[in-house]
Design a protein around this ligand. Structure first.
Ligand SMILES: Cc1ncc(COP(=O)(O)O)c(C=O)c1O
Length: 465
């Protein structure tokens, strides 16, 4: 059968006024759409829109996607600003100088929130997400380490970094892309965070950084950053090794400063030299936006900064990507001035309250044990006490039939015998939705107890186009 666009410019098409086609996309409804070849001809915009829109209805509903940390709702005014600036490229700094100032304001606000030493012009950049921010920060530490070793005439062939097995995949990418040995410290079945003593044993003169996490993906827990800092200070004193900490605050960077302002995890600690956070997670901005912040200008080697002049005017850039949408940066600034510390604190308190509520409701069923710790980031991680009737994968699959996306997974190495369900509590996850989810979880457990556990597979995952 010819596809939609092949029919364009035919007699049949000529005889019909495509731009005033009656009904639901008219005859296009009964034709296949282009999937592999760029179509040779055009189609009317309303039809192209309808085709895309109808297909996208098969995606999950973002509000019910409890797997994702990434923002799925913003205020209409933020949405309006985003719409109005979608056509701006952030890199065109000379053309959009006010947008650049807004980006700088966000960097300064974050640097101060993280207690960077007072400096009129904080060091940092926006990125497309925490992953890019981590690559940049990792590179800056690799460069610094190399620079210092070169000056002393020492070997620069074997840089390493120390992380926990609870780390996010981006760190493995960084290690592979930029040739850095990973020293991954194991977890145990009852400890899912870094052990400061193990960190102290793992570091040496080739360690470019230690990367604790503020709000890890698996349980939401915070690595003991203050204790790790103390260990590294002891090593600095005893052995003269100055090993930096990069805090992966992808999630926690927009929660902990508001909910636990006295907890020291940031630039108040001497060895913390850089921090990443995701504006598109609890920064409450749509994807993709991240931030990389350095303690001081001297922590970002000059060789990583490129000066360019071909967009008019001289400007510096130190991102991996060149072009980047400006609208999310503008939306972040909107959130900053709209919410302030008070607004972020209220939202994060509400999220934590809903996470606590959901945890206690899960516990009340008598079936679940809560693995996530309270007062960290707003996620609920739970394991089944008894898996003889169903496991968390069965529950996750059955919830999917109702539209809920609740991932089930096993913990990282050394703790992989534990399988859990995880629910990220975002702003759009109201108490009402929590109650409905609980009813559905109870119903799923009831159904699974009566069946022979034939797991329902999710349709549509194996198709390429
Ligand atoms: C701890 C941690 N680090 C890094 C990342 C990567 O962040 P992004 O998706 O913003 O690139 C994530 C994402 O979930 C994360 O949880």
């Amino acid at each position: 059968m010819p596809n939609l666009a092949d029919l364009e410019n035919t007699k049949e098409a000529d005889s019909e006024d495509l731009h005033h086609a009656p009904g639901y996309s008219a005859r296009y409804l009964s034709r296949p759409v282009p999937k592999f070849e760029l179509p040779p001809h055009s189609m009317p915009p309303e039809v192209a829109y309808q085709v895309c829109r109808d297909e996208l209805n098969l995606d999950g509903n973002p509000t019910l996607n409890l797997a994702s940390f990434v923002t799925t709702w913003m205020e209409p005014q933020a949405q309006q600003l985003i719409d109005e600036s979608l056509n701006k490229n952030l890199i065109d700094r000379d053309e959009y100088p006010q947008t650049q100032k807004i980006e700088r304001r966000c960097i300064n606000m974050l640097a101060r929130l993280y207690h960077a030493p007072k400096n009129e012009n904080a060091t940092g950049t926006s990125t497309v997400g925490s992953s890019e921010a981590i690559m940049l920060a990792g590179l800056s530490h690799k460069w610094k380490w190399r620079e210092q070793r070169k000056k002393k005439g020492l070997d620069i062939e074997r840089p390493n970094m120390v992380l926990g097995a609870n780390t996010q995949v981006v760190w493995h990418k960084f290690a592979r892309y930029f040739d850095v040995e990973e020293r991954i410290l194991p977890l145990t079945t009852n400890r899912f965070t870094l052990d400061p003593d193990q960190v102290a044993e793992a570091v040496d003169e080739n360690t470019i950084l230690v990367a604790p996490i503020l709000g890890q993906t698996f349980t939401g827990e915070l690595d003991p950053i203050e204790e790790i800092n103390s260990k590294l200070l002891q090593i600095k004193k005893k052995k003269g090794l100055d090993i930096p900490i990069h805090v992966d605050a992808a999630s926690g960077g927009f929660v902990i400063p508001f909910t636990r302002p006295s907890l020291k995890w940031d630039f108040r600690l001497e060895q913390v030299r850089s921090i990443n956070t995701s504006g598109h997670k609890f920064g409450l901005v749509y994807p993709g936006l991240g931030w990389a912040i350095w303690r001081d200008q001297e922590d970002l080697p000059e060789e990583l900064i490129f000066d360019i002049n071909y967009l008019g005017g001289k400007m510096s850039t130190f991102t991996l990507n060149f072009s980047q949408g400006a609208s999310n940066v503008i939306a972040q600034y909107y959130n900053f001035i709209r919410l302030g510390k008070e607004g972020y604190r209220n939202i994060m308190d509400n999220l934590l309250e809903n996470a606590r509520y959901l945890s206690s409701e899960l516990e009340k069923t008598g079936k679940f044990e809560i693995v996530s710790k309270q007062n960290t980031i707003p996620i609920v991680v739970a394991k089944l006490k008894d898996t003889s009737e169903c496991d968390v994968f069965d529950i996750s699959h059955l919830l999917r039939t109702r539209g809920w996306i609740v991932p089930a997974y096993t913990m990282p190495p050394a703790a992989e015998s534990i399988a859990v369900l995880r629910i990220v509590v975002r702003e759009s996850f109201t108490r009402d939705l929590a109650d409905i989810l609980m009813e559905d979880i109870k119903e799923a457990i009831g159904i699974l107890a009566k069946t022979d556990r034939k797991r329902t597979y999710i349709l549509g995952e194996s198709n390429v186009c």
